[in-house]
Design a protein around this ligand. Sequence first.
Ligand SMILES: *C/C=C(C)/C=C/C=C(C)/C=C/C1=C(C)CCCC1(C)C
Length: 248
Amino acid sequence: METLNFVLAASLKPDDYVGFTFFIGAMAMAAATVFFFIERSRVEGKWKTSMLVSGLITFIAAVHYYYMRDYWIETGTSPTALRYIDWTLTVPLMCVEFYLILRAFGAGIGLMWKMIFYSVFMLVTGYLGETIYRESSAIWGFISTLGYAGIFYEVWFGSAKKLSQSSNDPILQKAFNTLAWFIFVGWAIYPIGYMAIETDGLLSGVLSIQAMDLIYNIGDAVNKIGFGLVIYSLAIQKTNQNAKASAA
Ligand SMILES: *C/C=C(C)/C=C/C=C(C)/C=C/C1=C(C)CCCC1(C)C
């Protein structure tokens, strides 16, 4: 009986909306992973790596959501460390995706490392602002935004953008531009969640601290699954195009 009570006490409450998004997030990431791994067999050679990376991104997130879900249910608070461990693995992998699609058009490995460096800088400073230096989270949030700005610059104006433009490949350009919008709009969701920090968060008067996890969970679903679907659509289109070209 003792155990049963414990299990019941630790289950999802009907009005726990943030808890709902942790559960939905875990399942959606798992489902997306199955989809990307299975569909990988339908795309031709060089796109298989891109599909693999898409599946790894949602897989890593699925495992972390599985734990974050339980943490939230048990404590009702944010599993900050798990959240950032997930991001520290998945965000650099999203930078790898950019490199993989631009590689055929001359992207060097340096571009990939530059973007990975920006992303890790963004996450480490964001983590410090959410944990150790929470009372000065605004300053750390600003420093973190510099890393975000670096990635934003690369895909909107920098060498990544230039490589995509010089590719003369409309299918690739369309996918690249969609991914660039994900960086612009999809990634901008996160700093809004961060501003919900109670102490000096810029939106702490407007957003409750629970809103932070809600916003992060929405951001993750949009960005990780959305990003993967853009890559998938690109891979399928290029595969079909080449199949037609070799049939002709
Ligand atoms: C799958 C996870 C993704 C795409 C996570 C992205 C996270 C960010 C873009 C976080 C950005 C932040 C800032 C720009 C400033 C405040 C601190 C962060 C880390 C929330």
